[in-house]
Design a protein around this ligand. Structure first.
Ligand code: AMP
Ligand code: ZN
Length: 131
């Protein structure tokens, strides 16, 4: 947990949408669950398959992770690949994405991986030379 997280940890966890979902206090369309993470459908999908892989621990940002989170992150990536199999998009292809901070458009301050697929995805962006 990074210092900023530590300061806010109790208040934030009480006030965190994804902690609420992980605790079962908020409904979600669950796809997968274990003691470290869960996966549920994004409420506002931007692809035919759009699932969020969310740690049960309240880790806010990728920039806040430490060496202690390496196993958790590896686990979340493996579960992302497993959910891709489960939802039938492993062969056709998919994207696993983490939005970190404002410029990336992170809106929920509880770390999560987006699993996107089920159709041709847009390229990651416009080459910088053409902007
Ligand atoms: P990010 O921009 O990376 O923070 O993504 C947060 C994602 O959470 C967005 O794609 C939202 O559509 C999604 N989201 C917000 N509230 C919920 C909810 N209650 N259940 C499922 N997904 C949600
Ligand atoms: Zn949280």
């Amino acid at each position: 947990m990074c210092p900023a997280d530590e300061e806010k940890s109790q208040a934030k966890q009480k006030d965190c949408l994804f902690c609420d979902i992980a605790r079962g206090d908020m409904p979600s369309t669950e796809i997968y669950s274990d003691d470290q993470c869960m996966a549920f459908k994004d409420i506002n999908p931007v692809a035919n398959i759009h699932v969020l892989i969310v740690p049960r621990d309240h880790v806010t940002h990728l920039t806040c992770i430490s060496i202690n989170h390496e196993n958790l992150l590896g686990h979340m990536l493996r579960i992302g690949a497993q959910v891709a199999q489960q939802t039938g998009i492993a062969k056709s292809g998919y994207r696993l994405t983490i939005n970190q901070g404002n410029d990336a458009g992170q809106i929920v301050d509880h770390l999560h991986i987006h699993l996107l697929g089920g159709g041709q995805l847009e390229r990651l962006g416009t080459p910088i030379e053409s902007i």
